[in-house]
Ligand binder design. Structure first.
Ligand code: F0G
Length: 461
């Protein structure tokens, strides 16, 4: 189908709705104080537009809801498992498919089998849970993004690529036998949701095969990555999204997947691979924690919803709308002079809070200050990715050591908000930009040693 119009429309109509949580300024001021300036502690019905994450927040389709009714809840060998397994095998070509309750469960199981002291995992960037699960086995997790990934204000194609020169160098230094796995996170959530090119996947695959190191995709946002390849990489414009996805998987030996993103479900995950030995061990570990390998911590109905979501997500009209609507948010913010990671990512726009609020030092958390101001101004919830999330404490004086970046992620849930919701977000941020000098920094009152940003207590300085 060819679409000749400038306006990109939501390629669906709305069947079931949920009211938004309207609050006024004074109420939000109180809520913010009560939650100690930590938005993870705010009840969701006090949030008007929730851009905290794109994970598990998608709206399911009527076909997915039909799947929920079709779910076979047999403990072992449920029909729904075979339906799901077939969809994953057709898409990825891998031999072994193991469902889990979400992405990090797949990470924990896989790394517990192949990780360990003296081992080293290499990725373009590990997502936090991926890194934490690798490191929990005693292994080292090394990120090798291309250097221009850190050049936030300069747009470039495929800033999610891995630096292949550094990959070869690191393999030589560490020794191939000490590297159980190389991972490409598509798209790269930790650095702006930027896509990885097919060329890079091919080259990383070539290097891995030469060194006999398996290559996996962290495929949480594989379909968004596919669409960037179709849109921006030479030779792919006339290929279908399904063909491109199959080609991406064909260069790899397995994948880890949080289905809460590009399988368009509210809970679920899986890992899949060609290595039958690893799969055998993984199923043994799976039974200990997740459940029998044909349900893996999920209900049969969840497997049906995932199977259907994995097919729907590659619909070209959907992907066009998805990538364009995130870009639309980014363009709107730029019109107000708000610095963002360029170009906008597949699932989120990342505001460069360090640049936006130069009056606030890292120690006073410019990202979190913006997150709070955005909530106070318009009831919009976003997520800090900066010194609150990643900053480490100086063991000497207990002060926060700044993170290399101070970002605010505006993650867009799939099929949930319309263009007018995004216009509202742009308007509120535009208003904040006018008064940005009055935004105040924060100080940390209390913070746990691990993943402290979820529970930290804060106060204005
Ligand atoms: N890999 C990537 C690239 C992710 O973005 C996430 C989750 C995971 C793995 C873990 O999957 O949550 O199903 O256990 N990202 C969410 C986010 C939490 O907000 O970006 P999970």
């Amino acid at each position: 189908m060819s679409w000749k119009w400038k306006t990109i429309i939501e390629p669906f109509k709305i069947k079931s709705i949920e009211p938004l949580g309207f609050t006024d300024y004074e109420e939000r001021k109180k809520v913010l104080k009560e939650s100690e300036y930590n938005l993870f502690k705010i009840p969701a019905d006090k949030v008007l537009i929730d851009l905290l994450t794109d994970s598990g927040t998608a709206a399911m389709s009527s076909e997915q809801w039909s799947g929920i009714m079709r779910g076979d809840e047999s403990y072992a060998g449920a029909r729904s498992f075979y339906t799901f397994e077939k969809v994953v095998k057709d898409l990825t070509g891998y031999k072994e498919v193991i469902p889990t309750h979400q992405g990090r469960a797949a990470e924990r199981i896989l790394f517990s089998i192949i990780g360990g002291k003296d081992k080293c995992f290499i990725a373009n960037s590990h997502f936090d849970t991926t890194r934490a699960n690798a490191e929990a086995t005693g292994a080292q997790a090394i990120d090798l993004p291309v250097s221009n990934a850190f050049d936030f204000s300069k747009p470039a194609l495929f800033k999610g690529d891995m630096d292949t020169v550094l990959l070869e160098k690191t393999i030589k230094e560490k020794g191939a036998k000490n590297i159980p796995l190389v991972i490409l996170t598509v798209t790269n959530n930790s650095l702006g949701g930027q896509p990885v090119s097919m060329n890079n996947i091919k080259e990383v695959s070539r290097i891995c095969r030469q060194n006999k190191i398996p290559l996996f995709l962290d495929a949480a946002r594989f379909a968004e990555n596919v669409y960037f390849i179709k849109l921006c990489e030479a030779g792919y414009a006339n290929k279908s999204t399904v063909q491109i996805a199959k080609e991406m998987f064909s260069y790899t030996d397995g994948c880890l997947m949080s289905a809460k993103k590009d399988a368009l479900v509210n809970i679920g995950g899986f890992f899949a691979m060609n290595n039958t030995e690893w799969a055998k061990k993984a199923r043994e570990v799976e039974i200990l924690g997740e459940g029998f390998p044909t349900y893996g911590g999920l209900a049969g109905r969840d497997l049906e919803a995932m199977a259907q979501g994995l097919k729907e997500v590659l619909d070209e009209e959907y992907l066009k709308y998805r990538i364009k609507s995130v870009a639309y948010l980014g363009e709107g913010l730029k019109r107000h002079g708000i610095p963002i990671i360029e170009p906008p990512g597949g699932h989120a726009v990342y505001v460069d809070a360090k640049k936006f609020l130069p009056q606030i030092d890292s120690e006073n958390l410019p990202g979190q200050a913006l997150v709070c101001a955005l909530y106070l101004e318009g009831g919009i919830r976003s997520c800090e990715i900066g010194s609150l999330m990643f900053g480490k404490k100086d063991p000497g004086n207990g002060k926060i050591l700044p993170a290399p970046m101070e970002l605010v992620r505006l993650a867009v849930p799939r099929r949930v908000y319309t263009q007018s919701h995004m216009d509202y977000v742009i308007e509120v941020l535009g208003e904040l930009a006018k008064n940005k000098n009055s935004i105040q920094g924060l100080k940390i009152l209390e913070m746990a040693a691990y993943l402290g940003h979820f529970t930290a207590r804060l106060a204005p300085v």
